[in-house]
Design a protein around this ligand. Structure first.
Ligand code: PLP
Length: 389
């Protein structure tokens, strides 16, 4: 078989200026988890997103851990959390001894269903068992429906944490997801829309929260010349070298959004007319980045199911992934409570994420499109005679 070049799901896409920023860090010997790039990256991130204050940290997971700690999550505390997401959304809840309860998605945005959240909080209020916090995810480059979620959180005085690791560059009613709740977090992992290889950001409109995030992220050092500590901290700050990469990446974010949206449009134009294929909807309240192009496959109409498509593409060196396995189906969270769940289960059963990097070529996209179209035609053909006879 002819070996073709692998096409991956989402790979780093460097611009022209990253090395310049790295060189500046080297030239000034700021090879440390503090420095001018870190400060500038935080300021530029606030300008780009409209966030009030920001602290650059070593990962999105670290940012979430800090966020939950800042909210005061303690052992035994319950935290409501989107179920359709990557495991990193919920893991930090358990780092603090908290217990996640999972909330299903809506079909409009694939994100947390605000009505389910409202009903759940109403029920919990009645029995006097409100959760300590709500963690909402902005999935695959699309914002959740924040207004009704925030409204009901405010009504019961429950802090909202936004996991915008996949939501950077999107909008909700013209503003950046991640900047609405008490605290928002972002990720610059290698597969995200912009990357520092690894990194994250915590944002809030409350300067004291962000100052305390920085304090906890640098081992919680008391102001004393000797090393003195009154509480347990972490080593979570972002390297000045990586912050330099982040500054260059942030400057090309609009281009990255445009390229990923263009991928989506090309996929949709070519595959949208195949029977049984439906693309992740773009909710009317905002603009998605299409960080990943996601679709669902109805096996009856399409003639093949999601796994048949995925494995056939894998044989041709094309990487695709099922939509996130809902956290309430994960063995590690088997004991947790779930509110709803069937929408996320269906999206997981039928959903597929296509190669979506901003550095894909038109030829790459054509290869993916041809491969998916071929699965449809082949399997329909082999089915037809049996169907007729
Ligand atoms: C990537 C991701 C995270 C974690 O970010 P890291 O920087 O990899 O720690 C958290 N939540 C979601 C939804 C993510 O996609």
């Amino acid at each position: 078989m002819r070996m073709s070049k692998p096409i991956l799901l989402s790979t780093p896409h460097m611009g022209d200026r990253e090395l310049e920023f790295i060189k500046a860090a080297f030239d000034t010997n700021w090879i440390a988890p503090v420095g001018p790039h870190v400060d500038a990256f935080e300021q530029e991130f606030c300008q780009a997103t409209g966030a009030g204050y920001a602290a650059a940290v070593s990962s999105g997971t670290a940012a979430l851990h800090l966020a939950l700690r800042l909210i005061g999550v303690e052992p035994g505390d319950e935290v409501f959390c989107s179920t359709l997401t990557f495991v990193a959304t919920a893991n930090p809840i358990t780092y603090l001894g908290g217990i996640p309860t999972f909330i299903d998605s809506d079909r409009n945005s694939w994100n947390m269903n605000p009505e389910l959240l409202r009903l759940a909080l109403e029920n919990r209020d009645r029995i006097g068992k409100l959760p300590k916090a709500v963690v909402v995810v902005h999935l695959y480059g699309q914002s959740a429906d924040i207004d009704p979620i925030l409204k009901v959180c405010n009504q019961y005085d429950i802090p909202l944490i936004e996991d915008a690791a996949e939501g950077l560059g999107a909008t909700y009613k013209g503003r950046s997801p991640g900047t609405f709740g008490r605290i928002g977090i972002y990720s610059f992992n290698g597969n995200k829309i912009i990357t520092t290889s690894g990194g994250g950001m915590l944002v809030s409109d409350n300067p004291e929260l962000v100052a305390r995030a920085r304090f906890l992220a640098t081992q919680a050092r008391d102001p004393a010349p000797h090393y003195q500590h009154s509480e347990v901290g972490y080593n979570y700050r972002l390297s000045n070298v990586l912050a330099g990469i982040g500054r260059a990446q942030l400057s090309v974010l609009p281009d990255r959004v445009a390229a990923r949206r263009r991928n989506f449009e090309i996929y949709q134009a070519a595959l949208g007319k195949l029977p049984g294929i439906k693309f992740m909807p773009e909710a009317a309240f905002g603009r998605a980045t299409r960080w990943l192009t996601c679709l669902t496959i109805d096996p009856q109409a399409f003639g093949a199911d999601r796994e048949q498509v995925r494995t056939s593409l894998a044989e041709q060196q094309i990487e695709t992934r099922p939509v996130w396995k809902p956290l309430h189906l994960q063995p590690v969270f088997a004991d947790c409570e779930t509110i709803g769940g069937t929408v996320a289960e269906d999206l997981f059963a039928r959903g597929l994420c296509l190669p979506s990097g901003s550095n894909l070529t038109t030829e790459d996209l054509a290869r993916v499109i041809d491969a998916i179209t071929a699965v449809h035609h082949q399997l329909c053909k082999t089915r037809t005679p049996a169907f007729i006879s």
